[in-house]
Design a protein around this ligand. Structure first.
Ligand code: PLP
Ligand code: SF4
Length: 333
């Protein structure tokens, strides 16, 4: 007999897995049978700590220092070098603050910073320098968030973002979603999350219920960058959301040495669709300080996207976009 917990992982389980994740380069590298960290890695980790769930580390190849998943999470000396054009707030988030924890950049949509924390620390993250602590929609802040949204009735869609908005427990999320679904003008709820990709157990039955029963048209936009991140475990975790009518999309970031290869991008798109996810955006890297070594030149990005267009059905081709501070939308390249 298959125990219930195998198909319905309980909330305690994902929290335990989160706590048991890797927190230092030394632990992760030893686990992968790689040489211990050099000084540059230690210094970069001191500035923005390593954080990697064991499940995600389990997708990396042992003994391969160039593994594309490892490259996304292992601190490197290059992060501490400054590069021209790379700054602390490349997406203009500071200017878009509409109230505590609310960003308004695009017509009809508001983005809520639900928490500053993440289950994994991606080295290229465009928000690594954003003062999350000042903009969290926790506890008392939620009242202010709801007030901000009440005063902007043109908002049709609320995007829960962060940090990772699935890090809070289901109880807290359900309370937030209930407040949102009571807003008269709101029709759509969207979740921007990387958590299921690095910890599929997070998609437990409570989360499925709270998203599927929100009363709003709901989508989950995942963040997977490489086909090795698309696993049967992820597919099994997401299947109940699909069955309950939640739309599943993916956004990826184009990263040098990780996925800047048309073969990899085509395989990513196909594997995503195999488990019911449509590619949505392929983001050109935001020019955040410390991430310059991940940049793919615009000409190469365009060429790669042209090849993808020739090899994929139109519905599997993500839009190649870049964010320009102050622009009315994410801009196609
Ligand atoms: C990316 C983003 C959105 C969503 O943009 P879409 O093109 O609708 O996916 C909304 N608000 C902010 C502040 C964003 O950064
Ligand atoms: S999960 Fe998203 S928000 Fe968190 S570090 Fe990675 S890219 Fe940044």
């Amino acid at each position: 007999m298959i125990p219930c917990s195998a198909s319905h992982p309980n909330t305690g389980d994902w929290r335990r897995q989160l706590v048991e994740g890797f927190r230092t380069p030394a632990e992760l590298l030893a686990h992968l049978e790689l040489p211990p960290p050099d000084r540059g890695t230690e210094a970069a980790a001191a500035a923005f700590p390593l954080r990697v769930p064991r499940y995600y580390a389990g997708l990396m190849r042992r003994g391969d220092a160039e593994d594309p998943l490892l490259r996304q999470v292992l601190p490197r000396a290059e992060e501490l070098r400054s590069a021209p054009g790379f700054g602390p707030d490349p997406t203009g988030d500071h200017a878009a603050v509409a109230g505590p924890g609310v960003l308004r950049k695009y017509a009809g949509r508001a983005l809520l910073l639900v928490t500053g924390a993440c289950a994994v620390h991606c080295r290229y993250c465009f928000r690594r320098h954003f003062p999350y602590a000042d903009h969290r929609t926790e506890g008392a802040h939620w009242e202010a968030v709801i007030q901000t949204l009440r005063s902007t009735p043109e908002v049709r869609e609320v995007i829960l973002s962060g940090g990772d908005p699935l890090l809070p427990g289901n109880g807290r999320l359900a309370r937030l979603v209930r407040r949102l679904s009571a807003l008269p003008g709101l029709r759509r709820l969207r979740i921007h999350t990387r958590l299921p990709v690095v910890l599929p157990a997070r998609v437990d039955s409570g989360l499925v219920a709270l998203l599927a029963d929100s009363g709003l048209a709901t989508s989950v936009v995942l963040h997977a960058n490489h086909p090795a991140e698309i696993t049967p475990a992820l597919g099994r975790a997401l299947a109940p959301l699909r069955r309950r009518g939640v739309t599943l999309l993916n956004q990826a970031v184009l990263l040098r040495g990780v996925n800047d290869d048309p073969e990899i991008q085509v395989e990513l798109a196909e594997k995503l669709f195999d488990i019911g996810i449509l590619p949505y955006y392929l983001h050109q890297l935001d020019k955040v300080a410390g991430a310059a070594h991940f940049e793919v030149e615009e000409e190469r990005a365009r060429a790669l996207h042209r090849i993808m267009r020739e090899r994929l059905p139109g519905y599997l081709l993500p839009a190649l976009v870049r964010e320009h501070p102050g622009a009315a939308a994410k801009m196609p390249l």
